[in-house]
Design a binder for this molecule. Structure first.
Ligand code: HEM
Length: 412
């Protein structure tokens, strides 16, 4: 009986910031019961097979309006709707057919040529960010590199004019805070996030109007001009989708780069190999997405009763799919707690799975590959200053708040 009660508290323990530095032993305990009902009523799914089944199950919804419980974060609950306007969720919070229609339009703009075409800019940017800090003996990987990189890249991709980038950086920072659990935010921060949504919405309205008049070769023009045979986006969908791309691609990429540097410094043999063999970075990033993923879990709502692993999840329940636990499931991966970039079979949940599989995966890979490859090459004798580093509160988008790395010099 005691054990049952403890098991039902595991999810609360995972959400507790005290578990942030190492939640993996808790995941191992969770996996002893693939699907478990937790004290707060959430059904937690922790094993690879069951997570995979539910990611592909149309009886489970991403639309939190269909949940009988509240949404988990401000961004989710605000649904990116400026104050006074009706909730208008971005497609990550929608189900088919609306989800598929909007997603298809965006996918048509994320062409391999456009994404690969960003690589030289990413290289230039990473080098510049490092060079700006070359006088220091110590670098904060989060503040000096991982944080400014994705927002600048998304600005270039969308086609935000350079002079407006500082405003975008400010909005992105405020909105990223809005991804934390709502209860961890102060009244003032909630208000700030609401204002940022309104201002960003207004800014995007203006930029969209400009691009409709004078289209360029950027993603925003592609969507705004609307020559896609798959249809057209409404003005509101376009604004909300632009915000989704900014938010979904920001904190996640920051965490992949930061977790990446942290892991390489904890396993210096892999850092040494990466210095020798720059192409090793491709395997390193894939293993990081399994071993230290930026997204630890996603929640869903059941549209009907679902029988799975001997449990009936009732209709309307909140289900937490513990992606990071599934990616460490020993029933699926050999020696899952070992960081092994050359493991032959690595179908991780780092970018999710099923119809909501990450749209930005190719872009995130380009950014993280170049950031780690260049840091490995240019930072001479890098060392962790504190291990474990301080973590941000968010349990779902998990990553260090700061990552201080000392180094001897910046190689040319
Ligand atoms: C390392 C960086 C990233 C990670 C780990 C990541 C992870 C994920 C995961 C796990 C999902 C699935 C969500 C779900 O099933 O509910 C997702 C969806 C999504 N991601 Fe990413 N992401 C990253 C970067 C990006 C970037 C750079 C962009 C855009 C520029 C982006 C845009 C999206 C969008 C639009 C969705 C929703 C897809 C849908 O609902 O169909 N992501 N991402």
């Amino acid at each position: 009986m005691t054990q049952t009660i403890n098991k039902a508290k595991l999810y609360a323990q995972i959400l507790n910031p005290a578990s942030r530095a190492n939640p993996y032993p808790l995941y191992a305990q969770l996996r002893e019961t693939p699907v478990s009902r937790q004290e707060d009523g959430t059904y937690v799914v922790s094993t690879y097979k069951e997570i995979s089944a539910l990611l592909h199950d149309p009886r489970i919804s991403s639309d939190e309006r269909k949940s009988t419980h509240g949404a988990g974060s401000l961004v989710a609950s605000a649904k990116l709707a400026p104050e006074g306007q009706e909730s208008h969720p971005p497609f990550i919070f929608l189900d088919p057919p609306e989800h598929d229609r909007l997603r298809r339009l965006v996918m048509h703009q994320f062409t391999p040529e456009r994404i690969e075409g960003m690589r030289p800019q990413v290289v230039q940017l990473v080098n510049r960010l490092l060079e700006e800090q070359s006088d220091r003996a110590q670098l904060d990987i989060v503040d000096h590199l991982a944080y400014p990189l994705p927002v600048t890249v998304i600005c270039h991709l969308l086609g935000v004019p350079r002079e407006d980038e500082p405003r975008f950086h400010a909005w992105a920072t405020i909105l990223a805070r809005g991804l934390d659990p709502a209860q961890s935010m102060t009244e003032e921060e909630i208000q700030q996030a609401g204002q940022a949504v309104a201002q960003l919405g207004e800014y995007m309205d203006g930029l969209i109007a400009e691009r409709r008049e004078h289209p360029r070769d950027d993603l925003l023009s592609g969507l705004a001009v609307g020559s896609d045979p798959a249809g057209q986006m409404s003005e509101r969908d376009l604004v909300v989708t632009m915000m989704l791309l900014l938010i979904a691609g920001h904190e996640t990429t920051v965490n992949l780069i930061t977790n990446g540097m942290l892991t390489l410094l904890r396993y210096p043999e892999h850092l040494a190999r990466l210095r020798e063999q720059p192409e090793y970075v491709i395997d390193v990033i894939e293993e990081l997405l399994r071993f230290e993923p930026p997204v630890h879990f996603r929640t869903r709502t059941t549209l009907t009763d679902i029988d799975i692993a001997g449990v009936t999840i009732p209709k309307g329940a909140t289900v937490a799919l513990m992606l990071a636990s599934g990616s460490r499931d020993p029933a699926r991966f050999d020696h899952p707690d070992i960081f092994d970039p050359i493991r032959p079979d690595n179908e991780h949940f780092g970018f999710g799975g099923g119809i909501h599989f990450c749209v930005g995966a190719p872009l995130a890979r380009v950014e993280a590959q170049e950031a780690l490859r260049i840091m490995a090459r240019r930072l001479k004798n890098p060392r962790l200053v504190t291990d474990p580093p301080p973590y941000r509160e968010n349990a779902s988008l998990r990553g260090p708040k700061h990552l201080l790395v000392a180094f001897d010099a910046l190689e040319p």
